[in-house]
Design a binder for this molecule. Sequence first.
Ligand SMILES: [Zn+2]
Length: 161
Amino acid sequence: MTIANNKIVTIHYKLVDAQSGDLIESSKDRPAMAYLHGANNLIPGLEKALEGKKVGDEFEVTIAPEDAYGEHSENGVHKVPLEELKDLEKIEVGMVLTAQTENGPANLQVTEVSETEVTVDANHPLAGKTLIFSVSVEAVRDASAEELEHGHAHGPEGHHH
Ligand SMILES: [Zn+2]
């Protein structure tokens, strides 16, 4: 069975930052990831690379930011007076703060801390990065009617999230 729309596909993957060569994420030590193909469950570049592959296939794909998590936007970068964050016990680079916005909660990553202000970034942490995925296809099956209706994969016990 080859990967096409409306198939539930299970993959193992390793994700590396193309520029630094750093390992960002690996599914090696956890259960393989199942997703519904053609439902935008994955970043576009990875879903496109998986199209037509079959069980046992292993491949590597380099994905530009526009087909991954988008370009980094300066509009997402804000400077906040340290005074406004004085309720926080500590604040340091790399921390993720949750802010309430008109569009619901937003994750802001702290990218810089000075004596007077804190720079936070609302971009996805992987925005602007070219990514290299090493993928192995573990399983491919037809999606159930319920999975198609929900637009995502269910686990063996009808797992839900
Ligand atoms: Zn569901």
